[in-house]
Structure formats: structure tokens, C-alpha cells
Design a protein around this ligand. Structure first.
Ligand SMILES: CC(C)(COP(=O)(O)OP(=O)(O)OC[C@H]1O[C@@H](n2cnc3c(N)ncnc32)[C@H](O)[C@@H]1OP(=O)(O)O)[C@@H](O)C(=O)NCCC(=O)NCCS
Length: 181
């Protein structure tokens, strides 16, 4: 299927083993509806998730997702100031008014962008929301002139980043700067 044009994306969340049949855009732009083949019985399940590049959010709702996703206590972190000052952009996924997922796209000011802080709300995981977040981030970074999108992650997330999000394995390095050793 052809990749849809840029903008706010709304689509039904995948349910079970098949993708749900309707993907469409909403928001300020008037964009065509994308029809996909109906699934067995034509039944549509799951909430509609919207994905918005540089979408509005409250720092507390991102912090709540991050704290839960990365197993730490919530802190008083100003995510809005951080990403507005330092990032190329970010993607907010919403299920209705609720923040369903978030990804931060850091930037070197040139052609390199970096995926950070990818997180999906626990009850909505394993339905394709994380994959869609990263794909929207990649598309928008490309549209903004970036040539490379980087990510690093723990081994167990290989099936997600390599298998679903389109990243290729490469050599990379990391120094833990807050390690006194
Ligand atoms: C990682 C994360 C963002 C994935 O979001 P998601 O919406 O569940 O991902 P998707 O539904 O798009 O996953 C697509 C595929 O990726 C793989 N995958 C997703 N999460 C995985 C996990 N935790 N472990 C191993 N493989 C995983 C699976 O192959 C999955 O397909 P399947 O559900 O048919 O098996 C989510 O689990 C999360 O928020 N985790 C906590 C925070 C975190 O670790 N973030 C990553 C920082 S690098």
C-alpha cells in the first residue's frame, strides 16, 4: 500500500493477528481516506488511535507514560521544554483524549535524527502502536531533510526495531558518562 501523505494520522488499532481495515487522516488537512481490504467477517475492533507529529501534550502525561514504561517513579520533568528546545520533533499517539504513546526525535541540527523515549501505554501494547509511532517519526524526519535515523535498544527489542520499524543492524557504541568507573 502507498505510504499516506504527511499530517495527523488516525487509524484503527490492529486487533489479534490482522490489521484493521480502515486507515484515514484527520485534523487540519483535508486528505484522502485510505481503504484497506476488509478482514474476516468485516468486523472492526479496537479503538482508533491518532498520531500527531509535534502534537500538543502536557509534560505530566508524558512523564506518567515514561515512568511506567521504564520502571521508575514519576518525576517533575518538563518534557515540553526539553523537546521544544532540543528535538526535531516528537509523535504523540492518542486514544481519544488519552496519551497512548510517545516518541522523541532528537536531532544533531543536520541530517541525523535519533529515536529516544519510545513508549506505549501498557494496555495498548502489541497492537502496532509502537511501530506506527516510529514510522511516523521516520517519515517526518525524512520530510524535514534528515538522511539518517538512529536508535539503540536492549537485545530483546530486536524484533520490534529490526523486525517491524525498518531499522538495519549496524555497529554502534555507547559510553555511560555518569558511571564513575
Ligand atoms: C517497546 C514498545 C514501545 C513497543 O510498543 P508496541 O506498541 O507494543 O509495539 P508493536 O505492537 O508495534 O510491536 C510490533 C512487534 O514488535 C515486537 N515487539 C514489541 N514489543 C516487544 C517487546 N517488548 N519484546 C519483544 N518484541 C517486541 C513484536 O514482534 C511485535 O509484534 P507482535 O505483537 O505481533 O508479536 C513498548 O513495549 C513499550 O512501551 N515498552 C516499554 C518502554 C521501552 O522499553 N521502550 C523502548 C525503548 S528503546
Amino acid at each position: 500500500m502507498q505510504e499516506p501523505p504527511l499530517g495527523t494520522v488516525c487509524e484503527a488499532m490492529s486487533g489479534g493477528t490482522r490489521a484493521l481495515p480502515i486507515g484515514m487522516f484527520c485534523g487540519r488537512m483535508s486528505l484522502p481516506e485510505i481503504q484497506m481490504p476488509p478482514g474476516p467477517g468485516g468486523a472492526y475492533r479496537g479503538p482508533v488511535i491518532s498520531y500527531q507529529w509535534r502534537g500538543d501534550f502536557a509534560s505530566a502525561e508524558v512523564e506518567a507514560l515514561q515512568a511506567d514504561g521504564f520502571g521508575r517513579a514519576p518525576a517533575d520533568h518538563d518534557w515540553k521544554a526539553q523537546v521544544e528546545r532540543h528535538s526535531l520533533g516528537w509523535v504523540c499517539a492518542r486514544s481519544g483524549a488519552e496519551l497512548a504513546g510517545f516518541v522523541n526525535v532528537a536531532w544533531d541540527g543536520g541530517v541525523h535524527a535519533f529515536i529516544l523515549d519510545t513508549v506505549v501505554a501498557r494496555p495498548l501494547r502489541r497492537h502496532g502502536v509502537g511501530t506506527r509511532l516510529v514510522k511516523v517519526a521516520a517519515r517526518e524526519a525524512r520530510a524535514d531533510g534528515c538522511e539518517w535515523l538512529h536508535v539503540d535498544f536492549e537485545d530483546h527489542l530486536g524484533p520490534f526495531y529490526f523486525g517491524c520499524c525498518g531499522f538495519q543492524p549496524t555497529n554502534a557504541g555507547l559510553i555511560r558518562l555518569d558511571d564513575p568507573a
